[in-house]
Design a protein around this ligand. Structure first.
Ligand SMILES: [Zn+2]
Length: 249
């Protein structure tokens, strides 16, 4: 599976220098797109949260924030340690807290280290917002999966219709959320693979099917046309069921 567009991001980053440090730090970390659906599914990964827990988390994060004059490596160190804290406290799913819209993810409260790591208390409050936003995105995603899953006992043609409809709706939801920013298709690929896993397909087969159906046709900073969306949905459905669907979505 193509990972969110690090190469694409480089092109965009006239205001984000020293990308090498960023990509290095990203690759060393646990990242959401490398997790399976069972590791992120809110139905299988409980999250006990209330205002007190928000205060406790902020109080833990604030002292970890780098001093004002810190360089970017310090920012990356901070973000890595926040990820470690969150995954130890809540589970591996929480590593997606900084998958920002700026990097093709669903989280709007974070941008990048340079713009989002600042004064300690403010940064800690931002981290809390990010965790909740990421969790909300996963919960919305799980609800979509349930709504869009082929019903048990559907025949091949009916299954094909459901899979095609699911693919186009899920990708549309990702495009809406990411504004088709740099590397948005990484979230689209991940979401489709998670969806197929949620319907019982093995994670590797799911990834392969999604890669083949998209065929590299989704690009950064370009929302897919309706024609392309339909083509990807149909390719996915046909590859998994051996059948086209002959009714309108
Ligand atoms: Zn930024």
């Amino acid at each position: 599976m193509t990972r969110p567009g690090f190469v694409d991001i480089i092109g965009q980053l006239f205001c984000h220098v020293r990308l090498r440090g960023y990509t290095t730090s990203v690759h060393q970390q646990l990242r959401a797109w490398s997790l399976s659906w069972s590791e992120v599914d809110p139905g299988q990964n409980a999250f006990a949260w209330d205002d007190d827990e928000g205060d406790r988390l902020a109080a833990l994060v604030a002292p970890m924030a780098p001093p004002a004059e810190a360089d970017r490596m310090e920012n990356f160190r901070f973000m890595r340690e926040v990820t470690e804290l969150l995954t130890a406290r809540y589970g591996r799913w929480a590593c997606g807290w900084d998958w920002s819209i700026h990097n093709g993810g669903p989280v709007g409260a974070w941008c990048c280290d340079a713009h989002s790591v600042g004064e300690a208390e403010e940064t800690a409050a931002r981290v809390v917002d990010c965790v909740l936003e990421w969790r909300d995105w996963l919960e919305d995603t799980a609800e979509r999966f349930e709504r869009l899953a082929p019903p048990p006992g559907a025949d091949a043609e009916d299954r094909s219709w459901h899979l095609e409809r699911a693919a186009t709706r899920l990708v549309t939801a990702v495009v809406d959320r990411t504004q088709a920013e740099a590397g948005w298709y990484g979230l689209a690929e991940t979401t489709l693979a998670w969806f197929l896993s949620s319907t019982g397909l093995g994670p590797e087969d799911a990834e392969k099917a999604v890669d083949a159906a998209i065929g590299g046709r989704f690009k950064s900073w370009a929302a897919p046309t309706p024609t392309l969306l339909d083509a990807v949905g149909e390719a996915l459905a046909v590859s998994l069921t051996g059948r086209g669907s002959y009714r309108e979505r």
